[in-house]
Design a protein around this ligand. Structure first.
Ligand code: SF4
Length: 348
């Protein structure tokens, strides 16, 4: 493991190995949109065939900035699991579990909180950025829980003895903080915990239909996996196009058009080539271009939506899957807890 610490490993470069655990998580604060899909969930579906894959539904973490709205977190928990199952996450290959039902994570968080200083948490670049983004919620005084979420994330990772953690560049300081906690723990209490290795994903960050770098519900620019045909149509028809095109025969600039951007995600290579050349030559109308995109998006989302409808009609099945995954994950966390308590002389 050690030789990897200073290198950035790409997910794509990992050799499949079912004996290695890869752990990731998602906060249940809303339905999955296509930014989540292309940015993360698509690669999870591939990973479940190559590694022992754990996906945490991070409801406790979601409460750190939604503590005043527990209903939102509760309402979205099963919805997120439905999205994951509809996308192809297979409970026979992948462990999907609920963070709040594994108290060992909270227990580890308490022990780890002695191993990190407040100033170190305040200096964590990811935390700094997120606190700045949540000024509306926190004002000038951030909560202890939110400031400390990297500590609880270290507990999430180590509780399940994860080897690899998929992360975007902006998440790397959190993994580094986890490694620091692990090293400190091991140096004080003896070699007990595994240092996780971050694996960088090449998955793109998907822009919103309005061209905004970020896609999100509050921005009103997201396409959801659960959107029906009419919703997709309405959203794509309102997407940002090349503003310099007034008439159909105006020569266009597809690179500034979000419809072209989405064609690159949902259309075939030949279709993408045609869109570019016809737009640049002024032989393609924006309305027809959007209609083609709507059909292509719908063709991709329809089977996902159909599968999701099945789970919407069978919520007990979804709950059973989540509970079975949680029971399995809890057994793993209990093993870690036993080692940790022994190392800390708390094994009464
Ligand atoms: Fe965009 Fe298509 Fe219109 Fe060109 S023709 S500006 S790619 S919508």
């Amino acid at each position: 493991m050690e030789e990897f610490q200073d290198e950035k490993i790409k997910i794509e470069d990992l050799k499949p190995d079912k004996s290695k655990r890869i752990l990731t998580g998602i906060r249940p604060t809303g339905h999955l949109h296509i930014g989540h899909y292309f940015g993360a969930a698509k690669s999870w579906v591939e990973l479940q065939d190559k590694f022992d894959t754990f996906i945490e539904i991070a409801d406790v973490q979601a409460l750190t900035d939604n503590f005043n709205n527990p209903q939102k977190v509760k309402d979205n928990t099963l919805q997120i699991v439905m999205d994951l199952l509809a996308l192809g996450i297979d409970p026979n290959k992948c462990t999907v579990y609920l963070q709040s039902m594994i108290p060992e994570i909270a227990e580890l968080t308490v022990y780890y909180s002695n191993l990190v200083t407040i100033s170190r948490l305040q200096r964590n670049p990811t935390v700094k950025t997120e606190i700045a983004q949540k000024r509306e919620l926190f004002g000038d005084s951030v909560t202890y829980g939110f400031l400390g979420y990297p500590v609880s994330q270290a507990a999430d990772i180590t509780a399940f003895d994860a080897t690899y953690i998929p992360a975007g560049e902006d998440q790397l300081p959190l993994i580094e903080q986890c490694r620091e906690i692990v090293r400190k723990f091991n140096s004080i209490y003896g070699e007990t915990l595994r240092e996780p290795v971050e694996v960088i994903s090449n998955s793109p960050r998907i822009k919103g239909l309005d061209g905004n770098e970020k896609m999100g519900k509050s921005l009103g620019n997201a396409l959801y996996l659960s959107d029906d045909y009419d919703t997709i149509k309405r959203k794509v028809m309102g997407a940002l196009t090349d503003p310099s095109r007034i008439k159909k025969d105006d020569k266009g600039h597809p690179d500034v058009c979000m419809v072209y951007y989405y064609h690159k995600l949902f259309s075939t290579i030949n279709e993408i080539k045609d869109v570019r050349s016809e737009c640049e030559n002024g032989t393609r109308g924006c309305v027809d271009c959007k209609k083609q995109l709507i059909e292509n998006i719908n063709a991709k989302l329809e089977p996902i939506r159909d599968k999701r409808h099945y789970y919407e009609e069978h919520p007990d099945e979804v709950k059973d899957i989540l509970m079975a995954g949680t029971a399995k994950a809890k057994r793993e966390a209990e093993k870690t807890m036993e080692k940790v308590k022994k190392a800390m002389m708390l094994d009464y």
